[in-house]
Design a protein around this ligand. Structure first.
Ligand code: ADP
Length: 503
């Protein structure tokens, strides 16, 4: 009898495609996910490559660059493929270098005028095409992807390009924000000589335009989004941005998998940005107070305000309608009138909201503090130094800041939507009694509802025992990526092949 052969299981090869990844280039939550998730996938034993456009900022930060080869994209255009390394990533980074599309200063999506780069359709169509060809080992480098994971509209055409290849790998497409879909018109579609079949109601055509987001939904094997609640919400007209019917139709392949956070970067016991390290013990209140003083100082508060004990309500994020920042601005004057609370707000975004923040800071110089701009260090200092975190988003696919707040003992006051509903446990008599309460939720997207929830938080803040309990319940929550990476792994292994069979 011959001995059974020992089978060596080869790790799944995963090509993870994104248009931004912290700390190389980041504008929001996608950048955080494209850093943490590929690393977590590598931890669970997968053979991962992260592929990004070779933006100028990325080229500056990546080390040991080498040319892997060139991939022809048609019309005389070649993508040079570079490989590099960075200490924050456990896998090689592949960069799609098409100099006239990506080698420029600044934001990956917008020019210095704040408008989208006019050639975004070409930039991300060609990036997606190169990703699909890389997955098929067009470089002949001996690495062929078993799974391609595309993210948001910028890589929405990856599954469509894969559809054009003979034996496509499985493709997972993750929606991080359905509101941005990257549409372009027919003339642009024609000028790029894209596959005519895409321009169809069953393809990527969407109300007379080409929608990369729709391509992602239609041509992928699995669609995921970043929280179970958002997965349900986007199938309704209110949250569906015109895609609700399509998503309902694709329900069989839609899953909500909650994002995690990078618990090493966001850890109040080791955070290099904050004034005092702390944990959930009897020194917690002192640790938070030291960070509050440091935060107020960093934001330029007058000395007397820095020393005061009154709680600080914090906000970090893009100053845009989605984030409900107007609801917070509307609630501030009433809260200032009959409480001692102060506000610390960090963000940048639409001019009208930036002006409004400046006006509030000018009107209440001893009680409203802010920073207009992007600062990673200040974001950490705010999470540590604020007592309460406000997150009144109108919609929130997952949201990261409420999770950072939970971890930093800064109970969030959030709207019951998307990932906020899935990560924050509202303080009610029942949840306070059983110890599960971690924050405060409200429903109506109105400033009065936010104000009422903030007042509930302020009342509980005056009860040190209960407040400590709420803080520690949040700090103990498992927000790590490892478990979530396993959910993706299950999908990678069980995702139907192009032929549709279940494996
Ligand atoms: P979104 O992706 O919709 O912007 P998320 O809450 O998912 O919202 O992620 C936002 C990320 O960007 C968080 O890591 C947050 O700390 C960060 N961020 C947003 N605005 C700023 C800012 N002005 N300064 C520093 N970090 C910011």
């Amino acid at each position: 009898m011959s001995k059974p052969r020992k089978t060596i299981k080869k790790p799944l090869k995963v090509l993870f495609a994104a248009s931004e990844a912290y700390p190389l280039i980041k504008t929001g939550g996608l950048g955080d996910v494209a850093h943490s998730l590929p690393n977590a996938l590598a931890h669970v034993g997968l053979d991962v490559r992260l592929v990004l456009p070779a933006y100028r900022d990325v080229l500056r930060r990546v080390e040991d660059l080498q040319v892997l080869g060139w991939i022809p994209l048609g019309d005389g255009l070649d993508a040079r493929i570079l490989q590099g390394w960075h200490a924050a990533f456990e896998m090689p980074l592949w960069l799609v270098d098409i100099a006239h599309l990506f080698d420029r200063e600044g934001n990956p999506y917008q020019g210095p005028d704040g408008n989208n780069w006019p050639d975004n359709p070409q930039r991300f169509t060609r990036f997606s095409q190169a990703v699909a060809l890389l997955a098929a080992d067009r470089l002949d480098a001996g690495w062929q992807a078993d799974v391609v994971h595309a993210n948001d509209w910028q890589t929405g055409l990856v599954p469509a390009w894969l559809h054009e290849t003979a034996t496509p790998p499985r493709c997972i497409y993750t929606i991080h924000n359905l509101a941005y879909d990257g549409q372009f018109d027919y003339a642009t579609f024609q000028a790029m000589h894209l596959p005519p079949a895409w321009w169809s109601i069953d393809g990527a055509e969407f109300h007379g335009n080409l929608s990369p987001m729709k391509a992602g939904l239609i041509y992928s094997d699995w669609i995921t989004t970043v929280s179970p609640t958002y997965a349900r919400e986007i199938q309704t007209p209110e949250y569906g941005y015109g895609y609700a019917d399509i998503l309902r139709h694709q329900q069989h392949k839609l899953r909500g998998i909650l994002n995690g956070i990078d618990t090493r970067t966001w850890d109040p016991t080791t955070d290099r940005h904050i004034a005092a390290h702390y944990r959930c013990d009897d020194q917690l209140a002192q640790g938070k107070a030291a960070n509050r003083r440091a935060l107020l100082k960093a934001l330029g508060a007058p000395t007397k305000a820095q020393r005061a004990d009154a709680p600080v309500i914090g906000f970090v994020g893009r100053l845009v309608h989605q984030k409900g920042i107007d609801l917070l601005f509307d609630a501030i004057p009433a809260l200032l009138r009959n409480t001692l609370v102060r506000f610390a707000i960090i963000g940048s975004g639409e001019q009208q909201y930036e002006e409004r923040l400046k006006a509030l800071m000018a009107q209440y110089p001893a009680r409203v503090f802010g920073y207009l701009g992007y600062s990673e260090a200040l974001a950490h200092q705010l999470e540590a130094g604020a007592d309460i975190f406000a997150m009144p988003s109108r919609y929130e696919p997952c949201g990261l800041n409420q999770m950072y707040s939970l971890r930093y003992g800064t109970p969030p006051v959030a709207r019951r939507t998307g990932g906020l509903a899935d990560t924050v446990v509202d303080s009610t008599p029942t949840t306070l009694k059983d110890g599960s309460a971690t924050g405060f939720l409200f429903d109506a997207p109105e400033s009065a509802a936010l104000e009422a929830a903030l007042r509930r938080a302020l009342v509980l803040h005056q009860n040190p025992t209960l407040w400590h309990q709420i803080q520690c319940a949040g700090m103990a929550q498992d927000l790590d990526w490892d478990e979530r990476a396993r959910s993706y792994l299950a999908l990678y292994q069980g995702a139907p092949t192009a032929e549709g069979e279940q494996q």
